[in-house]
Design a protein around this ligand. Structure first.
Ligand code: F6P
Length: 320
């Protein structure tokens, strides 16, 4: 068995980055315990608060955010934090080298129904002397030093990428850490499977409406139609793509507030793009590679298509 820290040492990951990842992993273990107790822990309901994006915060959103923040603020290498559940940055240590962005609890609508949920994170080099500055996060995704997600499903899975490919791990209670279960992820070049919320169909631009309709009704593939999958949690929908190929799509819409789709660039799209690219896939927003987009605002949204190269190219050819 190869544990996460053994793998990271083999990969030559810098000790300070390794230590930071260990802190994140401890937070994921805290969240796993909480999630496993579900209703017994009283964490499956809603609060009366909204986050900066106007979304009602669930109790678990706030609790997961607190747990991750607490762990990260014990790591002296952390200069600053940005979270989906924080309006602005949270300063860490003046001497810290890293800026960490995260979505503490992705797929919040699944909390109440014991569905799949996750945590997504992105680690960037700190770029300014001021730990309260948003500038640390105003970088393009290709500057990320590491990115990953934790999926709290029947098992707790971790997908992580540093410079050396994308690897998968599974939480082991006996060892109290993650153990490597996918040495190196390699996406299939294509698969007739698409993760999409088709309920948004009437809001998409016409070319997207007609391409996705053709895919799912056999007309594009000339025979068997694509299979559609939607867990409503980016972590679990991307996890399926990571393991089986196909693509995940959350497009721009024509309704107000969704012109750039729903997903956030800094702590959702960019880390997923790094994981997917390092596993041989592609990740785009319209015609632009997601990893080339510079973050302008902490909570900015971006349209996303990512997954197997042939699937993503097919979408880009027809939908732009
Ligand atoms: O971040 C938001 C999120 O929960 C993603 O995890 C997920 O892909 C998407 O929203 C689900 O959106 P919808 O409400 O359209 O199903």
């Amino acid at each position: 068995m190869i544990t996460l820290s053994q793998q990271l040492q083999t990969d030559g990951v810098k000790p300070s980055l390794l230590e930071l990842i260990e802190h994140l992993i401890r937070a994921a273990a805290d969240i796993t315990k909480l999630v496993n107790r579900g209703e017994l822990e009283g964490i499956t309901g809603q609060t009366k608060q909204q986050n900066i994006q106007g979304e009602v915060q669930q109790t678990l959103d706030i609790e997961a955010n607190r747990l991750i923040k607490n762990r990260l603020l014990q790591c002296s290498h952390v200069k600053t934090l940005a979270s989906e559940e924080e309006d602005t940055v949270v300063p860490g240590f003046d001497k810290g080298e890293y800026a960490v962005a995260f979505d503490p609890l992705d797929g919040s609508s699944n909390i109440a129904v014991n569905g799949q949920i996750g945590t997504i994170f992105s680690i960037l080099p700190a770029t300014s002397a001021d730990s309260t500055s948003e500038l640390h996060f105003k970088q393009a995704g290709h500057a990320q030093l590491a990115a990953g997600y934790v999926l709290y499903g029947p098992a707790t899975s971790l997908m992580l990428t540093t410079a050396n490919g994308t690897r998968g791990y599974t939480w082991c209670n006996k060892l109290n850490t993650f153990v490597r279960t996918f040495a190196e992820l390699k996406l299939p070049t294509q698969n007739q499977q698409v993760a999409i919320n088709f309920a948004n169909h009437s809001h998409w631009p016409k070319p997207i409406q007609s391409y996705l309709t053709r895919l799912l009704t056999c007309k594009e593939s000339g025979g068997e139609g694509y299979n559609m999958r939607w867990n409503a949690a980016m972590v679990s929908d991307v996890h399926r793509v990571m393991l089986q190929g196909g693509c995940f799509v959350y497009p721009q819409e024509q309704r107000t507030g969704r012109e750039q789709g729903k997903l956030r660039l800094l702590y959702e799209a960019a880390p997923m793009a790094m994981l997917i690219e390092n596993a041989g896939g592609l990740a785009y927003s319209g015609q632009q590679r997601i990893l080339d987009i510079e973050v302008a605002k902490l909570h900015q949204r971006v349209p996303v298509v990512l997954g197997s190269p042939d699937n993503v190219r097919g979408y880009l050819n027809q939908c732009n």
